[in-house]
Design a protein around this ligand. Structure first.
Ligand SMILES: [Zn+2]
Length: 507
């Protein structure tokens, strides 16, 4: 135990049978975490965009830190780098078209038929998540405002499987508090995607002739020409369309959508991987993505997305874990530490890693992912809208419901730290970043998270808003969890048949 540590013994206020031994935050740890987050979220890395020079610079910096700590590469070349093939491309605005049909006859039984080209900058905007071209024609289903809420017992996407989900913009009669993150199109889109929709079409009132787009849309429209990134083998993605029309969303019965890309370019990113051998050739993977959103498009002050919590915090935590593990005795299983690339583009780095593991698949016991571990935050997005303070000690531990043993493992880790950790079994990790590909590969997976806040994916996710005491406790939690996982006697079962009936939906 470190000399600076103070052991505090607290008697649980609920039962006197339980004694919690908690190690107070170590100032050296906090200083290191601060220094790493400051560099990662600072101007030298300007938002860590992938692919791009700042993303590459971040990867090389992480590799340098691995070497400094004394780690050995787990894969590929001697520089800790795993090359991840990526493709970039631009949306061809002249060729990309939408056409929508209505069953409502207009005038003399003429069915309304309209189409727009994207080059107008008016009519519609599309945000494809993937680089796959598409030319599709499907039935449209009206899905209200695209809200899914357990509290409201409402699921607007219930019957949308195979159809285009057409929604009215905004939140209708709901208060922002009730709608939570479903105020925002990306969350409507994620829910529609999960429900099996072919695309999301959000219908806005028509734009006047000289009317500027609303600021939020304007900023978004800049993304149309941003390079999109994807792996070669990725299937057609899920498109999100903003459609400006005087037709009622309810009256749209069919959608034809053609999406074309140009200037396709082969490029690459890097996962950065180190191995920490144990006594036996089995491993726990511990990971955090290092990429973020880069520069704020069109900003003259060279503003960039700092991504201090998302996910400079996770990378700093990962480095601290590596340092501790390197100094400790090698017992039980080993660790494989990975800093992932291209998470923000759809977990491309972690997907590649899972398909190209540095060790045999059978040697991987579990995965622990760190994504946003530096803030005081809420357990759900809804509370972010309220005028209340978060529980300063809240932490979320999401784990594969298919591996119930993870709950016991987490419980024994949680007792060693001064945090209020909520254990949440999940059936899938589709909204949880790099945890997703591991869970999908039936690897027992845990994601640690310090809570939702209003600066998510905003240039205001800055270092001054982090709580380094809490972050240090999150690192202790990770460390305790890895300790239990590396020492666990048996393999951890993953049985996809085991599901939770009412999974926690964090919004
Ligand atoms: Zn993230």
């Amino acid at each position: 135990m470190n000399l600076n540590s103070i052991v505090i013994i607290l008697l649980s206020s609920f039962t006197f049978t339980q004694i919690r031994v908690i190690v107070a935050a170590d100032n050296n740890v906090i200083d290191r975490l601060k220094a790493d987050v400051a560099y990662l979220s600072g101007p030298e890395l300007a938002g860590r965009n992938v692919p791009g020079p700042y993303g590459d610079k971040t990867a090389h910096w992480v590799a340098g830190r691995f070497a400094e700590i004394g780690l050995t590469p787990a894969v590929g070349d001697s520089a800790f780098m795993q090359k991840v093939p990526l493709i970039t491309g631009l949306l061809d605005t002249a060729e990309t078209m939408i056409r929508y049909r209505s069953s409502q006859p207009q005038g003399k039984n003429i069915t309304c038929l309209s189409s727009w080209g994207l080059e107008n900058g008016q009519g519609f905007y599309i945000f494809p998540k993937r680089l796959a071209p598409m030319d599709t024609s499907c039935k449209a289903l009206y899905c209200g405002h695209g809200i899914v809420s357990g509290d409201l017992e409402r699921n607007d996407f219930r019957d949308v499987d195979g159809c285009a989900a057409v929604v009215s913009s905004g939140i209708g009669e709901l208060t922002p508090r009730e709608a939570g993150r479903f105020m925002f199109t990306p969350f409507k889109a994620a829910a529609a995607d999960q429900a099996g929709a072919a695309m999301l079409v959000e219908v806005y009132p028509p734009l006047g002739k000289d009317m500027a787009l609303p600021p939020r849309i304007q900023r978004k429209s800049g993304e149309v020409n941003l390079p999109l990134v994807d792996l070669p083998e990725t299937a057609a993605g899920f498109p999100t369309v903003h459609l400006f029309t005087d037709m009622k969303a309810q009256d749209i019965s069919g959608i034809d959508l053609k999406v074309v890309f140009k200037d396709m370019n082969q490029t690459r990113g890097f996962n950065v991987i180190a191995g920490l051998e144990g006594e036996i050739p089995e491993y726990i993977i511990v990971g955090a993505h290092y990429d973020h959103l880069g520069a704020v498009e069109g900003d003259e002050q060279n503003a960039y997305y700092h991504g201090a919590d998302d996910n400079a915090s996770g990378v700093a935590g990962l480095l601290e874990i590596c340092r501790r593990w390197h100094e400790r005795n090698r017992t039980g299983r080993g660790l494989i530490a990975v800093a992932f690339t291209a998470e923000e583009d759809g977990m491309l780095g972690s997907r590649w890693f899972v398909d190209h593991l540095p060790v045999p698949r059978e040697a991987v016991t579990a995965m622990v992912n760190l994504d946003e571990i530096g803030r005081r935050g809420f357990a759900n997005m809804r509370d972010v809208q309220k005028d209340i303070e978060p529980d300063p000690k809240y932490a979320g531990a999401y784990y594969s419901a298919a591996s119930p043993k993870l709950r016991d493992i987490l419980r024994s880790a949680v007792h060693r730290v001064d945090l209020n950790v909520e254990l949440e079994p999940v059936n899938n990790f589709s909204h949880f970043g790099d945890a997703g590909p591991f869970h999908e590969a039936h690897i027992p997976t845990v994601q640690l998270f310090s809570g939702f806040h209003k600066d998510y994916h905003s240039p205001s996710d800055t270092i001054d808003k982090l709580d380094f005491e809490k972050m240090s406790s999150m690192v202790d939690l990770t460390s305790a969890l890895l300790e239990v996982l590396t020492q666990a006697e048996n393999a951890i079962e993953f049985n996809p048949g085991i599901r939770v009936e009412k999974p926690h939906i964090p919004h």
